[in-house]
Design a protein around this ligand. Structure first.
Ligand code: ADP
Ligand code: ZN
Ligand code: ZN
Length: 799
């Protein structure tokens, strides 16, 4: 048999199939298997993407060396998907295949020096073991190694390491009959308390064995020493058994008596459209447009139940930030042990275990963030994407895929419906629904018939401020005081972390910037640092201007840390929880903060956009937006869309239960259409208006877009290469196609790389795909000269 392999080198020359002969002893190999193959002088990992009886190749094929896993990690579907996706996102197929696996399964290569001759093996330098070459830095050692290599005393080898570890636990079984244990018990001395305890437990639970060590220790109230002595006596037998790490251990398990919500008319009507597509295995895409609190989740969960009842499995994607304990709890409550959860909050081990449960067919429902779209789930009968407008569904680095596109592909492959849900659908999805490509389903009312909260704008140009800072208006602080008096809760959003956004010198105008990036440094008061939020560079907070030594320096652009300080000053009795990237780095921090707020251990939840979505706290009656303009003027065509979406989403956190809600939005731009329409929470008018803006500006969804970025440490080189690419494009594309740039990117330097970009806007271009693949290929050639070229198909960000 012949195996077709994609090897683990991301390069143009290796971005193709290599054939290997399958030796008889490796006949367990399947499509999707991970294998080791000889490649030149190296040993590499590869993926089997095909098997055949014969090869066209004339010469002698090399043998496969090893099949890594018992069960191939990738399904046939995923192998096919990798091929289709590589073409679409201009990535090498191996990069896609590796993206599909949990991080721990991506191979690690270590370069080592092994002694060859007996003489070399005896050298004190080796001490019998290979040397890890990545750790050798001493020049004398390097020279010595060169000499060994020249004289064939040693050779360089690559060791492929598998970091994926299966977790095991001790398990005890009973080798003897129940009556034997009774006999032992009778013989025990009366002071052998622990042994009596153990034997009592064994006799009572005889039929339940084998049991895990942790369970026996806990229930019999004995320790490991007692178990060990029982093993030595021949009472127990000890084995190791594989166990899964359970990321949901802290969550309530399925309660059979969870209250069954009766769907309202709108929900019923939406479900009535989706159900036939599930039953008839139709690859149809639905756009469920439902205002915040309209009960979209209930529709998803009911559709999933229908899917499971038909013997099919379901995949549900949610944005990372709405993988809140609240959401997970709801799904877990409904489907219990049948679900697996995948997101970046899990440890590598937990992720690996969840992934294996899916691959082994032990779960029926997968809930996860972006990369869960590659879950090795089979027999899929429904795919759901909640908050489909979220830009986090697009991966920002290679491979630059959009989970929505992948989901559409999988929906076709599995002949099953895809449900996209949002209160503020992406313009492109809403436009497709307009054209009938997707089917539009509307939930225009809140599920509990409550009105949407009333929204007030505060014009920061004319506002009176509470305290002596210019951040919190009297109106907002009054409203907060009002809720505090009534023991209701408040959510405050400011989409900017840190204390202050930048340092400005009043004397000379100097702004403190990152030495590696064209970005100002953010002041973090708690860690006493100026930080770059892009590359992580940090330095101490200056006392005087680093440029002119003046002491007249100011820290401007309020962040969450500063608002927290102001709240503590203005409302000392209010308890405030801050939630942003800085307070949620530790595992579990996220859940702790939300649990505390849910238990009313705090009055105010202050945070960045992290708190804008998905949260459902019935006691929250006021939402305040400290500054609505943080994203409004970023130089990107979709800045208005992002702003409208964020404001509408956060406003939707207020007044979700019995009590009526209010929203106060502070802005310098009360007349901007995105803010005016967010005040009315009027998505449909926003859609209509924004579509006209996009039409006038020749932007998506009227045009398709591709962004080509060129980066280099040397600014001229980046510009020159960008102009060369533009010429190449111009000579091959239609005259109606718009090619913008090259221009320096809005942030022209990041991590010491200068960025130039070209934006291609087109309606139909048969040549473009070919051209972009040529550019991708040429990217590898110019890489030697320190030039990096990135191609982003349908970018979410053009800046
Ligand atoms: P969305 O995701 O659309 O913002 P949710 O799914 O979070 O809305 O639902 C909002 C609230 O309404 C939740 O507390 C949910 O339990 C409740 N809810 C959903 N459907 C119904 C229903 N048919 N009757 C009563 N309450 C409902
Ligand atoms: Zn200065
Ligand atoms: Zn930086």
């Amino acid at each position: 048999m012949i195996a077709q392999i994609i090897v683990d080198i991301a390069a143009k020359q290796t971005d193709r199939i290599f054939e290997y002969h399958v030796p008889d002893e490796l006949d367990e190999v399947e499509i999707g298997s991970r294998v080791f193959v000889p490649f030149g002088s190296r040993k590499l990992q590869g993926f089997v993407v095909g098997l055949s009886e014969k090869s066209q190749y004339q010469g002698q094929l090399k043998d496969l060396l090893l099949v890594v896993d018992e069960m191939p990690p990738l399904t046939n579907e995923l192998v096919d998907l990798s091929k289709a996706l590589a073409k679409r996102v201009f990535s090498y197929r191996i990069s896609i295949l590796k993206t599909m696996l949990p991080r721990v399964m991506r191979a690690n290569y270590r370069k080592v020096l092994t002694p060859v001759s007996d003489q070399a093996k005896a050298l004190p330098f080796f001490q019998g073991d290979p040397i890890d070459l990545t750790k050798v830095t001493d020049n004398r050692e390097i020279a010595y190694i060169r000499k060994l290599l020249r004289n064939d005393e040693a050779k360089v080898e690559y060791i492929v390491e598998n970091r994926a570890k299966v977790k095991t636990e001790n398990v005890y079984s009973l080798p003897l009959a129940q009556k034997d244990y009774l006999a032992f018990y009778e013989e025990l001395r009366s002071n052998a308390v622990k042994q009596k305890q153990l034997l009592t437990f064994v006799i009572q639970h005889y039929d339940e064995f084998p049991l895990k060590q942790t369970l026996i220790e806990k229930q019999a109230e004995i320790n490991t020493a007692t178990l060990t002595s029982a093993v030595n006596k021949g009472w127990l037998r000890k084995d190791r058994a594989e166990i899964y790490r359970d990321p949901l251990a802290g969550f309530a398990t399925a309660t059979k008596n969870h209250h069954q919500v009766v769907l309202n008319d709108n929900q019923t009507a939406a479900l009535a459209q989706i159900t036939p597509a599930i039953e008839n295995k139709k690859a149809q895409t639905f756009l469920l447009e439902g205002i915040t609190g309209s009960g979209k989740t209930e529709v998803y969960l009911n559709a999933i139940s229908k899917t499971l009842a038909l013997g099919k499995n379901a995949l549900m994607l949610v944005p990372e930030i709405s993988l809140t304990p609240q959401m997970v709890e709801q799904v877990k409550d409904r489907f219990g042990d049948q679900i697996a959860v995948l997101h970046s909050g899990l440890s590598e081990g937990e992720l690996y275990d969840e992934w294996r449960r899916i691959r082994r067919g032990e779960v029926r429902v997968v809930v996860g963030a972006r990369s869960a779209v590659f879950a090795p789930l089979t027999n899929i009968g429904l795919i759901v994407i909640d908050e489909e407008h979220e830009s986090s569904y697009k991966q920002e680095d290679n491979p630059r895929y959009h989970a929505r596109d992948v989901a559409i592909w999988r929906s076709k492959y599995n002949s099953c419906p895809l449900v996209l849900g949002s209160a503020t659908p992406s313009l492109s999805s809403r436009a497709r629904a307009q054209k009938g490509v997707y089917q539009l389903l509307l939930l225009p009312q809140r599920a509990n018939n409550k009105k949407l909260p009333e929204v007030h704008l505060v014009d920061l140009k004319q506002a009176d401020f509470a305290g002596n800072q210019l951040d919190l208006s009297v109106q907002l602080v009054k409203a907060i005081e009002d809720r505090l008096a009534r023991h209701e809760q408040i959510i405050l959003m400011l989409n900017r972390r840190g204390f202050a956004n930048f340092m400005l010198c009043r004397e000379c105008g100097y702004v403190m910037k990152c030495p590696n990036c064209d970005l100002s440094l953010t002041m973090h008061k708690d860690t006493h640092q100026m930080q770059c939020h892009y590359c992580g560079y940090s330095t101490s907070i200056p006392r005087e201007c680093p440029n002119c030594k003046s002491s007249r320096i100011r820290f401007l652009g309020t962040g969450t840390q500063k608002v927290l300080e102001e709240l503590n000053e203005l409302l000392p009795e209010a308890k405030v929880l801050r939630m942003d990237v800085d307070t949620t780095r530790r595992k579990g921090a996220y859940k702790n903060i939300l649990d505390a707020f849910g238990n009313h251990e705090a009055d105010i939840l202050l945070g960045t956009q992290m708190i804008a979505k998905g949260l459902d706290f019935p006691n929250v009656t006021l939402v305040g937006v400290v500054n609505a303009d943080t994203g409004l003027w970023v130089p990107d065509y979709n800045a208005s869309e992002r702003t409208f979406e964020l404001l509408t989403q956060v406003a939707g956190r207020a007044g979700r239960a019995e009590k009526t809600g209010e929203v106060i939005i502070q802005t310098f731009n009360p007349d901007h259409y995105a803010i005016k329409l967010a005040k009315k929470q009027d998505y449909e008018h926003f859609y209509a208006y924004e579509m006209r803006v996009r039409h006038a500006g020749n932007y998506p969804p009227y045009f398709y877009t591709v962004l080509i970025s060129v980066a280099s440490k040397n600014e001229q080189n980046a510009a020159r290469e960008a102009f060369r690419i533009k010429k190449q494009l111009q000579s091959h594309l239609h005259s109606e196609t718009i090619i913008l740039g090259p221009t320096p990117s809005a942030i022209s330097r990041l991590k010491n790389q200068y960025y130039y970009q070209i934006l291609v806007k087109y309606k139909k271009e048969d040549n473009l795909n070919n051209l972009l693949h040529q550019i991708q290929d040429s990217a590898q050639k110019v890489k030697k000269y320190g030039l990096n070229i990135y191609i982003d198909n349908e970018p979410e960000r053009i800046m």
